[in-house]
Design a protein around this ligand. Structure first.
Ligand code: CA
Length: 236
């Protein structure tokens, strides 16, 4: 069954090209060109056919997409991916902290958008499924049940903090996690400003898990925002 996506975008050309591209991929795409239009579509979707993902532009003719993000977070857990030309780091962090699932800066490739959509839908769309307990990406595998980390066939020995950081990223694999979220969850709420902890431990993790820690394939940097563990293989 195709998944229902609401695309909120006032740029007519981008809206129709995205609708086309996503329809080809099998999504059921609804579109809105303004906040008012988006609210109407969200309110009036037939019972049993809720919108499963929102792609949200920020600069809209009747206001800022952030207002809709706040309303969606208040009313439920529909995943939201912000798609915007604004790329200020502070803004990305604010949006992620206020509940956006991810953020794409225009222009972006359709492949990248589809990957982010799969991740967001997997995380939020299937409440009955257990959270990801086993992560596999290329030679790296992490099993959260047994706390085992393998690189190829080699057992990797991580310190408790290195493991906690990796496990936190695995739980949100494929999505960006902000510095603040990582620090709060691994070190505690009182340490959210200690970004040097993160740099240090990320460096150690990369030294152990990446072939070339200068060009990481698993532990990816989102400059100024946070880190992203590469999308796992087998994302069905
Ligand atoms: Ca716009």
């Amino acid at each position: 069954m195709s998944q229902r996506v609401l695309l909120v975008e006032d740029d007519r050309v981008l809206r129709s090209s995205l609708r086309e591209a996503l329809s080809v991929e099998g999504y059921d795409v609804r579109t809105a060109a303004s906040l008012a239009d988006a609210r109407a579509q969200l309110q009036h979707c037939p019972a049993g056919e809720p919108i499963e993902l929102v792609l949200l532009d920020l600069g809209l003719p009747d206001g800022d997409g952030q207002a809709l993000l706040a309303e969606l977070r208040h009313s439920g857990s529909t995943p939201v991916i912000v798609v915007s030309a604004r790329e200020a780091e502070g803004q990305k962090i604010r949006l992620l902290d206020s509940g956006a699932d991810d953020y794409l800066v225009k222009p972006f490739g359709i492949g990248e958008l589809l990957a982010r959509m799969r991740v967001a839908l997997r995380r939020r769309g299937h409440h009955s499924e257990p959270a990801l307990l086993h992560y596999q990406h290329g030679p790296l595998s992490v099993d959260l049940k047994t706390r085992r980390v393998l690189l190829g066939n080699a057992d990797m020995h991580l310190t408790p903090t290195e493991y906690a950081l990796l496990a936190r990223l695995v739980r949100q694999a494929g999505q960006v996690v902000t510095h603040r979220q990582l620090l709060a969850d691994v070190w505690g709420a009182e340490h959210t400003e200690q970004t040097h902890y993160l740099r240090l431990y990320m460096g150690q993790l990369r030294a152990k898990l990446e072939v070339n820690s200068a060009e990481p394939q698993h532990l990816l940097t989102e400059p100024g925002v946070g880190y992203r563990l590469a999308e796992p293989d087998n994302n069905d």
